[in-house]
Design a protein around this ligand. Structure first.
Ligand code: CUA
Length: 159
């Protein structure tokens, strides 16, 4: 027994702890798909009205049949509203905000992201159940936050 022996034990113990904690992060990322939000794409929040995409927030269909929904959140509404998308097809939401941070949650689904001024939040979901869904803002954004809702209509896709 000497001092170096104890030092080695502590070094390995510290390294082991680091691996354990890092491992916990990678396991949750891989297994539970818990990830940092979206990609990093910026947009000038003061120039949204003249922006080629967010100047006219809308639902657009790509050539391959997939759907892109460009959404602008602002106090205290979402546009477009309602949002109409087909069922059983990948729908990519692209969100941004014209003023403060808002939430965008399609209640009862896993479609949920923040709309952040200056950034574009993007995620893709496929809605299996046709119907009407409530969209709620889940970030406190001002006095009428509780009234900030929208509607998502999932339509049965044509065969
Ligand atoms: Cu927008 Cu709360």
């Amino acid at each position: 027994m000497n001092v170096e022996f104890y030092e080695r034990i502590w070094m390995w113990a510290a390294a082991g702890l680091l691996l354990l904690f890092l491992g916990a992060i990678f396991v949750t990322v891989g297994v539970q798909a818990i990830q940092p939000p979206s990609h990093i794409e910026t947009v000038d929040p003061t120039a949204l009205p003249t922006h080629p995409e967010f100047g006219t927030p809308a639902v657009r269909t790509r050539a391959d049949g997939s759907v892109v929904v460009s959404v602008v959140a602002q106090m205290f509404s979402f546009s477009p509203d309602p949002i109409e998308v087909p069922a059983n097809r990948p729908v990519t939401f692209r969100l941004t905000s014209a003023d403060v941070i808002h939430g965008f949650e399609v209640v009862g689904t896993n479609a949920n992201a923040m709309a952040i001024p200056g950034y574009v939040s993007q995620f893709t979901v496929t809605f299996k159940e046709p119907g009407e869904y409530l969209i709620g803002c889940n970030e406190y954004c001002g006095t009428m936050h509780h009234n900030m809702v929208g509607k998502l209509i999932v339509k049965k896709a044509a065969p």
